[in-house]
Design a protein around this ligand. Structure first.
Ligand code: FEO
Length: 170
């Protein structure tokens, strides 16, 4: 059984993952508005991944006999200065999410909740990837600068990303 404290924190994380999906959808809409379809696709896939993260917490809470509570999702920003600005914000956001996951891990240790600790390890590994992929694109955009051809080449590459649901997720 989940402690009240752990349950509350896990429910908050469902909301945080849904906010991430919302944020990345907003970024996808921004890229659509400036006709960078590949960037828009990358963000759309990212939003799908975040929904999957939310569902992983959703399913886990239910599995442990807890009650999932859906909460209001904050309105994300709707405009950015440039593709580089979007990825700077994406990277910052992912670092923030990593901190949230680490806080959950600390709580699971304090609550002596080994099952939650174990479930969270998937997210600990996932956050390494999440930070790395945002940082890689951010660095590429820094190198490209204002070179339109570079942006278009990267747009083509990011257009290749597809969503692959993970086996661990129901
Ligand atoms: Fe759900 Fe991007 O971390």
């Amino acid at each position: 059984m989940l402690s009240e404290r752990m349950l509350k924190a896990l429910n908050k994380q469902v909301n945080a993952e849904l906010y991430s999906a919302y944020l990345y959808l907003s970024m996808s809409a921004y890229f659509e508005s400036i006709n960078l379809k590949g960037f828009a696709n990358w963000m759309r896939v990212q939003a799908q991944e975040e929904l999957m993260h939310a569902m992983k917490f959703f399913d886990y809470i239910n599995e442990r006999g807890g009650r999932v509570e859906m909460m209001a999702i904050e309105k994300p920003p709707t405009g950015w200065d440039s593709p580089l600005h979007v990825f700077e914000e994406t990277y910052k956001h992912e670092v923030n999410v990593t901190n949230m996951i680490n806080e959950l891990v600390n709580m699971a240790v304090e609550e002596k909740d080994h099952a939650t600790y174990n479930m969270l390890q998937w997210f600990v590994a996932e956050q390494v990837e999440e930070e790395a992929s945002a940082d890689e694109i951010k660095q590429q955009l820094s190198l490209i600068g204002k070179d339109g051809r570079g942006i278009l080449m990267l747009d083509r590459e990011l257009g290749q990303r597809t969503f692959t649901p993970l086996q661990e997720v129901k």
